[in-house]
Design a protein around this ligand. Structure first.
Ligand SMILES: Cc1cc2nc3c(=O)[nH]c(=O)nc-3n(C[C@H](O)[C@H](O)[C@H](O)COP(=O)(O)OP(=O)(O)OC[C@H]3O[C@@H](n4cnc5c(N)ncnc54)[C@H](O)[C@@H]3O)c2cc1C
Length: 204
C-alpha cells in the first residue's frame, strides 16, 4: 500500500501535524488520503518537561502526560490516521512520489514524508544525512542539528518540522511548525489551491 503521508515522530510537531491532517477528513481532496504516524516517543523532549507557558495547556501539565493524552486525542478524534508505536526510522530511500521508509521492524511506502524527530545530534537516518547542518537557533555548546530546508521543505515530498526544522525549542513553535506543514500538504492535495482546516460551532 502506498501511503499519502508518513509522519515520523510522535512528539509535539508530529502529533500537531497529524491532528490538522486528521481534521481535514471531510474535505473532498483529503478524505481518501492514507496517513500514518510513527509515534515512537522514547527520546521526546517532552519526557522531562513541565509546562506553564504553552498556549492552551493547563499550567503544570507534565510533558510525559502530553505524550499519552496527545496520542489518545488523535486516536479518538481521527481514528482514520494509523499510529505505529515502538518503531524507529532508520532509512529513507526513493524520490517523490514514492519513498520507502525503513524502521527497525518494517518498511512503508509513502508519497510524502514529514520528519519531526527533534534536533539532537544523534540523528542518523540514512538517506537524510546530506541535509544535516548545524542548528541556526540554539547555543553552539548544545551541539544541535537541523535539516536544511526552505519553509520546512527539504526536497520534493520531504518536509521537516519542529526543532529539527531549525526552530527554537518551545512547544508552541514546534506545534505551529507541524500544523504549518499539514496545511502545506492539504494545499498540495488541493492541487495547489490554498486551504486550511477549521471547525466551527456555526452551521456550514
Ligand atoms: C526539560 C525540558 C523542558 C522544557 N520546557 C519547556 C517549556 O517550559 N515551555 C516550552 O514551550 N517548551 C519547553 N520545552 C521544549 C519542548 O518540549 C520542545 O520544543 C518540543 O517538544 C519540540 O518538539 P519536536 O516535535 O521538535 O520534538 P519532540 O517533541 O522531542 O518529538 C520528537 C519525537 O521523535 C521521536 N523520534 C526520535 N527519533 C526517532 C526515529 N528515528 N524514528 C521515529 N521517531 C523518532 C521521539 O521519540 C519523539 O517522540 C522543554 C524541553 C525540555 C527537554
Amino acid at each position: 500500500m502506498l501511503l499519502d503521508s508518513l509522519i515520523i515522530g510522535g512528539g509535539v510537531s508530529g502529533i500537531s501535524c497529524a491532528l490538522v491532517l486528521g481534521s481535514a477528513q471531510q474535505k473532498n481532496f483529503a478524505k481518501d488520503k492514507k496517513i500514518t504516524i510513527i509515534t515512537h516517543q522514547k527520546t521526546s523532549a517532552l519526557q522531562d518537561a513541565i509546562f506553564y507557558n504553552a498556549y492552551g495547556i493547563v499550567p503544570g501539565t507534565l510533558g510525559s502526560e502530553l505524550l499519552h493524552t496527545s496520542t489518545a486525542h488523535l486516536a479518538e478524534s481521527y481514528p482514520h490516521i494509523t499510529q505505529i508505536q515502538n518503531e524507529k526510522v532508520i532509512k529513507i530511500e526513493g524520490t517523490f512520489p514514492e519513498f520507502m521508509v525503513t524502521t527497525n521492524k518494517s518498511t512503508y511506502k509513502t508519497a510524502t514524508v514529514v520528519i519531526g524527530i527533534g534536533s539532537t545530534n544523534t540523528f542518523d537516518i540514512e538517506g537524510l544525512m546530506n541535509y544535516v547542518e548545524t542548528h541556526q537557533k540554539s547555543l553552539p555548546i548544545k551541539n544541535r542539528i537541523q535539516l536544511r530546508n526552505k519553509d520546512h521543505k527539504v526536497a520534493e515530498g520531504i518536509y521537516v518540522i519542529g526543532t529539527l526544522a531549525g526552530w527554537r525549542s518551545q512547544l508552541a513553535i514546534a506545534a505551529g511548525s507541524g500544523a504549518a506543514v499539514a496545511t502545506d500538504l492539504l494545499t498540495l492535495w488541493n492541487e495547489g489551491e490554498q486551504t486550511h482546516a477549521h471547525d466551527s460551532i456555526r452551521e456550514k
